[in-house]
Every structure is written in C-alpha cells, then in structure tokens.
Write a protein that binds this ligand. Structure first.
Ligand code: ZN
Length: 135
C-alpha cells in the first residue's frame, strides 16, 4: 500500500466484531509464538543441524511477530490500540492508532517551531519520519 489510509468504524456492533477479531488474532499469534519458543528450547544447539533448526524456527517466529506488528491488530507506536481506529503511514508501512498518529504529527509541528526559534531539538529526532505524519 503506497497511500495513507484511515480505517474508522463508527457502528458500535461492527467495532465490537473488529475488536474481538483483533483479540482472537492476537491470542493466536501469541500462542504460536509460544509454541515456536517451546520448540526452540527443546533443540540441542550444540550441533550444526540443531543450530540450523533453532534459527529456522526463530526466523519463523520473528516473521510472525513482524506480520502482527505491521498489521491493523496493533498500533506500531503504542502496541495497544486493539480497540482503536487506525491510519496507515506508507513511510514505514505501518498502521498507527489515530491517537498516536495525531500525537506524532502534533509533536512534529511543535518540534519544528522549536527548531525555527533555534532551540535544540535533540540529535536523534527523526524529522523525515515525523514529517510523514503530516497530511
Ligand atoms: Zn497507538
């Protein structure tokens, strides 16, 4: 997806269905991550074959977690938002709850105002990232 997109569900019944589906998916992902973890702990990593199996499972586990964190299930900023409407930011290809999205945008404007006045804004402030939250 290359464009910003906002998903807002106003109907309370549909919101409840969405929220419940997110909970079910989140629990399924967590169960699967635990299953991978348990399998990984049973592997003898003292052999090349064991290490290969371990890293293959770790890769699958990480891929699953990455899929969830880049989906509409979780907000990329607060990791909550299971009951919140979401907005996609194509800059980092992630979904954010509207609250976080607006907060990052507002913070960008405040930070740029400080910068314009010559105030120090920090060395690790990612201006390009934050600017991507402006519409
Ligand atoms: Zn959030």
């Amino acid at each position: 997806m290359k464009k910003k997109k906002t998903i807002i569900i106003k109907d309370p019944h549909l919101r409840k269905i969405r929220d419940n589906l997110r909970v079910v998916i989140d629990r399924a992902v967590n169960n699967e991550v635990s299953r991978f973890w348990n399998l990984m702990m049973q592997i003898d990593r003292s052999t090349d074959e064991g290490r290969d199996q371990y890293f293959a499972l770790m890769h699958q586990r990480d891929a699953l977690e990455m899929m969830e964190s880049s989906s509409t299930i979780q907000c990329a900023a607060c990791n909550f938002g299971i009951d919140r409407d979401v907005r996609f930011n194509p800059f980092d290809k992630a979904w954010y709850c509207i609250e976080c999205y607006d907060l990052i945008r507002d913070q960008y404007y405040k930070t740029m105002a400080k910068k314009k006045k010559g105030e120090f804004i920090g060395t690790d402030y990612n201006e390009e990232y934050a600017r991507s939250f402006t519409d």
